[in-house]
Design a protein around this ligand. Structure first.
Ligand SMILES: Cc1cc2nc3c(=O)[nH]c(=O)nc-3n(C[C@H](O)[C@H](O)[C@H](O)COP(=O)(O)OP(=O)(O)OC[C@H]3O[C@@H](n4cnc5c(N)ncnc54)[C@H](O)[C@@H]3O)c2cc1C
Length: 383
């Protein structure tokens, strides 16, 4: 199907929405992105983009062979929580390099490329509803404005307003996991810009460098049952963070001592959507398949979705067929990756004898661990 001049509305100017808008625009579509935020800014937080996500960014022309603003990963160090003893080194995946991005930098790259390609990105535009007409969809904005287009892509995140139109109201489940997020100066801690994963009972801490090794991204995850509020970017107290990880020593103890500002992200999750599309409206990214962050794949999946969605229009005869093909192709992959992330939540937080046994296994097979997930990283949506 030729989509030259065909109108698309994309709800959400996050990584998934902007990538989809750009991929559709590059095939000739007329695309409007509607983003509720008045500006595309992000609180300090990093993203790991593995080879499968990088393949899409490259194919979109958003990054070159030496990615701008990305920090090349040299693998991950696994540490014991008490004194930071090295348990194992996991090499970078064979499928290709992972890059660490500041989320704001990646959003800027996507935004810049989209605008340059001719995507109309409208900020401060919150969508409240989508109405399906026989041959069109209509987006209704909070300010009462209505916008008609052939197709609507809802990339409005894990708390999607649009998903209930296709799936009814679903209450999110609290996963009993809280993510603390912070950035601190890197201070030349390690000569190699590696990530580290420090696992303790019911908690783990991930660190990795950002922005030419000038900054360190810190994510500390803890299991907690006393939480009511679904949300991210809640302000957290650094002293509370330190108290909750007080038994974490070695390098991570030093890192937590330096945190001056922290945000809390309560991990509430809806299941993978049963219905992703209705022939005129499709869900994309976290709106379709929210995931725990324990495989660092949410943004990568959203990038894959964006490419496959746009390509489905090329290979199918009409919009209805294209959106159905997109759903058929993406559902199984998203299910597998989301399940792998869920399994990691259990592995990272083991207690007692189970944890000791797992650590012994990691010491023995750590170097081969990257191979276990090669099926995730070697997937190339663009080929
Ligand atoms: C602690 C943590 C660490 C993570 N680390 C990684 C990682 O290392 N690698 C990785 O690949 N993924 C990671 N993820 C996951 C990743 O952040 C998400 O999967 C990804 O951001 C999803 O992109 P998206 O575009 O689907 O949704 P979002 O990024 O949530 O974007 C949705 C956009 O839609 C807008 N919006 C919402 N509602 C409306 C509306 N009604 N009208 C208009 N606009 C609207 C929002 O303002 C937002 O800009 C992590 C997640 C967490 C919680």
């Amino acid at each position: 199907m030729n989509i030259d001049g065909l109108k698309f509305s994309v709800i959400g100017g996050g990584i998934g929405g902007l990538a989809a808008a750009l991929a559709l625009r590059q095939r000739g579509a007329q695309v409007t992105v509607l983003e509720q935020a008045p500006a595309l800014t992000e609180v300090g937080a990093g993203l790991q983009i593995s080879a499968n996500g990088m393949a899409v960014l490259r194919a979109l022309g958003v990054v070159g062979n030496v990615p701008e603003n990305g920090q090349l990963s040299h693998g991950t160090i696994l540490r014991h929580y008490r004194k930071g003893r090295l348990i194992s080194r996991i090499p970078a995946p064979a499928a290709g390099p992972t890059y660490y991005y500041h989320r704001a930098d990646l959003l800027n790259l996507l935004h810049r490329a989209s605008v340059k390609a001719g995507v109309d990105v409208r900020l401060g535009a919150r969508v409240s509803n989508v109405v399906k007409h026989p041959s069109e969809s209509e987006v209704v904005l909070d300010n009462g404005e209505r916008l008609r287009s052939e197709c609507v892509i809802a990339a409005d995140g894990g708390r999607s307003t649009i998903r209930p139109i296709l799936n009814g109201i679903e209450d999110p489940q609290f996963t009993h996991q809280i993510a603390w997020r912070a950035t601190i100066p890197w201070s030349q801690r390690e000569e190699m810009p590696r990530a580290s994963l420090t696992m303790g009972p019911g908690r783990h801490v991930v660190t990795y460098p950002l922005r030419d090794q000038r900054m360190m991204n810190v994510v500390a995850i803890e299991e907690r049952s006393d939480w009511q509020e679904e949300g991210w970017r809640l302000q957290g107290e650094p002293d509370d963070l330190r108290a909750r990880f007080a038994d974490f020593g070695g390098p991570v103890g030093d890192i937590l001592a330096e945190v001056t500002e922290a945000h809390l992200w309560a991990l509430f999750l809806r299941p993978i959507a049963k219905s992703w599309q209705n022939g005129r409206l499709a869900l994309l990214g976290d709106a379709a398949h929210p995931t725990l962050p324990f495989m660092a794949q949410g943004a990568c999946l959203a990038l894959e979705d964006a490419w496959i969605l746009a390509r489905s229009f090329e290979s199918q005869s009409g919009a209805t067929q294209a959106l159905a093909a997109y759903e058929n192709q993406r559902q199984p992959r998203a299910r597998q990756v989301v399940a792998a992330a869920g399994a990691n939540a259990r592995n990272f937080h083991l207690r007692g004898p189970m944890r000791l046994a797992a650590q012994m296994a990691l010491m023995a097979i750590g170097a081969q661990l990257a191979k276990k997930y090669e099926w995730i990283y070697s997937y190339d949506a663009t080929t």
